[in-house]
Ligand binder design. Structure first.
Ligand code: ATP
Ligand code: MG
Length: 720
């Protein structure tokens, strides 16, 4: 048997976990110890030994990327294609259940998933509708509140009434928001889980069917499971089900989103017969990287306690680069990557990780300048770009006419003389009649509630969508997408615009066609390809990007790096206030979660880790000066190698020291790292200096003109 040959490659506790015949199994182990590998091998073992049929297996993981990888690994381990197996994220699986049982759940058949951007718009609209000023209460706060309640499994009707007026308002918004979602037939992320849970609770025959079917349930990244997800799992796993969970309490990083690491302890309480297996050998990282990770996480209290070891080599020290500012930092990282590429390394083996999405722009610019291909996860995702969202909105409206968010988005895009006033009238009708915007539009035209011109325009819009629907009924998904782009007028609209931006927009729309062409759905049984695609897009969380196929460097937040590994990892922005983040720094639980995030970051690296920090950083328009992150200090000094920019400083400049505050040239009042203004080149940053007196020159990186070396005497630089 193929799987038996594979098992030889596992160590003994790993094999024990793969072959365990206990009903409940918990693998508790640190990063890179092979938890995910155990999970995939266990699935293959179960199928190949005949203990389970592929149909009987449900595997859950945290990201779509991880789910795709898991399926691929399992397929590689088995001599046949394990169709029928359910492998996905909690949200993806819940979506599949809702699609299969929309009737029982009283959802419209074509219901759509609301991503967080759309959700925020809807919250805003609901607040306007019920007369709550968004200055008294930020829509984001309300959105946060709603999601928190849903993660805890509470509907608006179940939230306790409170005497606090703020809470009362939030509850009111939640209630109105729930009704608005219901009216438009849309569900947000939290709702997917909530409904999937209610499906179990309110429909015993359906529950029983799935309990019979899924005899083996396996969960990766169990430390980040939240209340509603755990509740859903517990109900699904009946008397007969086998439940395997793997996780690492030190990698719990979603506390802020309702994840409960206590669920790990709770698990062995809920299932007292649980077999607990610990894995302690790390196969991923060099000894140096592992020692650094162990040292950092050792500062946390209340850990379940495990120490990782490796038989691997010591490896290179960890480079720590002290940059003047964020631009210098980005340039350095790009340079390092360039060198690796020149040495023949593959860009796919490199990742730059950061704490906050806002850091990516400067990094991207440096990579573009150095002509290094990169792929960015998160941030402004491909599917969040305006032009792409517009096409998607047409597709959504074709799939579900009641999707108000989609309709509002494109009713006048491209412009077709349906102004704000007309839309307001339609909204008022929808409110009065308690119906969707689409129906309101029909009513308005039919009952002549709009001025003639507007009425014609609205009617033309209704006809357009209906036509698109008919014309595309028999088309393949990518043909449909292309047709929507051509026939909606979007293509023409962007063709008329001028410049680089417009070209990029057209390219992105075409890229969407490629994405639909490459999209393969394994759920054809219950979900139409269009619905499956739209759902994947909403659930994508920034994982799939435009040029997925090219060999490129990965850029992503530390959060989205969970579970992944790269030979070369760069963590940028290792500064107090940024990482640990200032929002979490002041209270112990927040700080410990940041530290776990740092542990996750460090343990992504296989061969070489580089950390960098900037002595000054401009972000969100402000310049800040922060000390290096405490997490750097928590790594034993002998493991680190400090690197500073080698400027060719002439006499009068100390090359050691902080390298930052020295006056480059007395009399000019210019310092390294300083922002300066040049009459022709505009704003820039002083990166290096050489010579002195009449020969003093500086290298300045200008925002629009790139790097230039200038003689100070003539350059007319003024300090900013
Ligand atoms: P994380 O906590 O980061 O999710 P993990 O515990 O899931 O990590 P894996 O990703 O499964 O760890 O494994 C880490 C690396 O070690 C992978 O490259 C995997 O192929 C390798 N590995 C795991 N077990 C073994 C083994 N017994 N022999 C050789 N390599 C192994
Ligand atoms: Mg893993």
């Amino acid at each position: 048997m193929q799987i038996l040959e594979q098992l030889v490659q596992l160590n003994s506790p790993q094999q024990q976990a793969v072959k365990s015949d206990r009903q409940h199994l918990l693998v508790l182990a640190g990063a890179g110890s092979g938890k995910t590998r155990v999970l995939t091998h266990r699935i293959a073992w179960l199928v190949e030994t005949g203990l389970a049929s592929p149909n009987g297996i449900l595997a859950v993981t945290f990201t779509n990327k991880a789910a795709r990888e898991m399926r691929q690994r399992v397929e590689e381990l088995l001599p046949f294609n394990p169709r029928g197996m359910w492998i996905g994220t909690f949200h993806g699986l819940a979506h599949r259940l809702l699609k299969a049982h929309w009737k029982a759940l009283k959802l419209p058949e074509g219901f759509q998933v609301l991503d967080s951007d759309d959700q925020l718009r809807l919250v805003k609209r609901v607040m306007t509708d019920i007369g709550i000023n968004d200055e008294t209460l930020q829509p984001k706060t309300a959105q946060w509140y709603i999601n928190e309640q849903k993660d805890e499994g509470r509907r608006a009707a179940h939230v306790m009434e409170s005497s606090d007026p703020f809470d009362t308002t939030l509850r009111k918004i939640y209630l109105a928001y729930e009704q608005a979602c219901e009216r438009s037939g849309v569900v947000d992320f939290g709702e997917l889980l909530l409904r999937a849970h209610e499906l179990w609770l309110n429909h015993p025959p359906i529950l029983e069917h799935y309990q019979q079917r899924f005899r083996y349930v396996l969960v990766d990244e169990f430390q980040d499971i939240n209340t509603i997800q755990y509740a859903w799992l517990r109900v699904l796993c009946g008397q007969q089900s086998h439940l395997t969970v793997v996780g690492d309490d030190d990698q719990s990083i979603y506390g802020w989103r309702g994840a409960k690491v206590e669920n790990i302890q709770q698990f062995s309480k809920d299932y007292p017969d649980t077999e607990i297996i610990r894995l302690e050998q790390n196969y991923r990282s060099t000894a140096t990287i592992l020692k650094a990770a162990n040292a950092v996480i050792d500062n946390n209290s209340g850990r379940l306690g495990k120490e990782l070891w490796t038989t691997g080599e010591e490896g290179d020290p960890i480079d720590v680069y002290a940059a003047f500012n964020e631009i210098d930092e980005a340039r350095y990282l790009a340079e390092q990557i360039e060198q690796l590429l020149e040495q023949g390394e593959n860009a796919l083996d490199m990742a730059i990780l950061y704490r906050s999405n806002a850091q990516s722009r400067v990094l991207e610019e440096a990579l573009i300048q150095a002509r290094i291909p990169y792929r960015i996860y998160g941030g402004l995702r491909f599917y969040e770009r305006q032009e792409v969202k517009n096409v998607l909105a047409y597709m959504r409206l074709i799939a579900n006419r009641f999707d108000d968010a989609a309709m509002e988005r494109i009713i006048n895009v491209p412009t077709r003389a349906i102004g704000g006033k007309t839309v307001e009238t339609l909204r008022a009708i929808a409110r009065e009649q308690g119906c969707a915007l689409w129906q309101a539009a029909g009513l308005a035209v039919h009952n002549k509630l709009l001025p003639g011109r507007a009425s014609n325009a609205v009617q033309a819009f209704i006809e357009l969508i209906d036509e698109l629907n008919q014309e595309t009924a028999e088309m393949e998904l990518h043909e449909l997408t292309q047709h929507v782009i051509d026939a909606s007028g979007l293509k023409e609209h962007h063709q008329k615009e001028k410049g680089e931006k417009a070209r990029a927009r057209l390219e992105n729309m075409q890229e969407l066609v490629s994405a639909t062409r490459n999209f393969n759905t394994e759920q054809e049984d219950v979900v139409s390809p269009l619905d499956a695609f739209l759902a994947e897009v909403s659930l994508d969380a920034g994982e799939r990007q435009a040029d997925d196929s090219k060999d490129s460097v990965s850029l992503m937040t530390l959060h989205s790096a969970k579970g992944l590994e790269f030979p070369y990892v760069f963590i940028a922005g290792m500064e107090e206030s940024l990482f640990p983040h200032k929002m979490s720094m002041d209270e112990p639980t927040g700080l410990e979660e940041e530290r776990r995030l740092c542990y996750v970051g460090i343990t992504r690296a296989m061969r070489k880790l580089t950390l960098s920090y900037a002595e000054s950083r401009r972000m969100f328009g402000n310049e800040t000066f922060n000390r290096p992150s405490r997490f750097i200090r928590e790594i034993p000094a002998p493991l680190l190698k400090e690197i500073r920019l080698k400027s060719t400083l002439g006499s009068g400049f100390s090359s050691g020291g902080s390298g930052f505050k020295e006056e480059v040239a007395s009399g000019y009042g210019i310092q390294l790292g300083q922002r300066v203004m040049h009459p022709f080149f505009g704003e820039g940053i002083v990166l290096a200096a050489s010579g002195n007196g009449a020969n003093a020159s500086v290298t300045v990186e200008f925002e629009s003109e790139g790097t230039k070396e200038l003689m100070l005497q003539y350059a007319k630089l003024s300090a900013l």
